[in-house]
Design a protein around this ligand. Sequence first.
Ligand SMILES: Nc1ncnc2c1ncn2[C@@H]1O[C@H](COP(=O)(O)OP(=O)(O)OP(=O)(O)O)[C@@H](O)[C@H]1O
Ligand SMILES: [Mg+2]
Length: 260
Amino acid sequence: MLELTEVSVYYAAKGEKKHVAGPVTLQVANRETCAIIGPSGCGKTSLLRIMAGVQNSFTGSVKLDGEDLKPDLHKIAYIPQNSGFLRWKTIRNNCLLPVKIKKLPLDSEVNSRLKEITQRLEIEDIMDRYPSQVSGGQLQRAAVARSLMIKPDLLLMDEPFSALDALTREYAQNMLRCVLKDFKATAVLVTHSIEEAVFLADRVIVLSASPGKIIADITTLSSAYEDRSAVRFTKLTAIVRQLIKDEWEGFGEEESNSVC
Ligand SMILES: Nc1ncnc2c1ncn2[C@@H]1O[C@H](COP(=O)(O)OP(=O)(O)OP(=O)(O)O)[C@@H](O)[C@H]1O
Ligand SMILES: [Mg+2]
């Protein structure tokens, strides 16, 4: 389980400490997918970087399976907002990078895992190209493939499909949904899309404007519907949209909401 307790994010600005998010207390159960939605600048990326163990400018505690979170102890896959590929390495070598960083053997198991994941994400044909030689959609799917290579304890995704057109995005979401289910990852997804959050996540966490605090925690039970045409999906998306609108307009007040 991922546990954030009273996490607040600070940055230094003009010699002063600026509070940009928190305090946030959040628990994500093993194999749960949790989406975070919030206005631009409320601290979503900062919180995700803290969960990835790559940002230290915070107070509070972050634990994974009861231990203080440490990138060298835990297997954490983090897909940054720009996908973070090295342009001088092929897609294959970018995907194998986490395996090398973790000093795991590049053996037949790794190769068959890479093959299986890239087939599932339909990118096996682009593996020997460089990032500049593939489309944005292929690159974002490759980022998902790379993140799954080390069988992560925790998968963190920052707007992984934001650069895609509407149909390609739905297609990529369908694939990610299957992959998350099959690979049983514990995942946190930052998104600006309510549909994406409801479709992919078991829970949607809504943050206020900066300093971002949790103003709603909505259980979506996304496994209860097969696709976007399900009545439940349409209804739930409308409920979440209204809830977010009310909260952001300041009508919802303090209480966290739970919708099932
Ligand atoms: N390294 C930094 N130094 C100073 N301020 C920063 C730094 N990184 C982010 N900030 C500020 O902290 C606030 C939160 O940034 P963050 O990137 O976490 O927001 P976000 O919710 O992810 O926004 P978006 O939806 O636009 O991606 C913003 O006001 C941003 O300008
Ligand atoms: Mg961001």
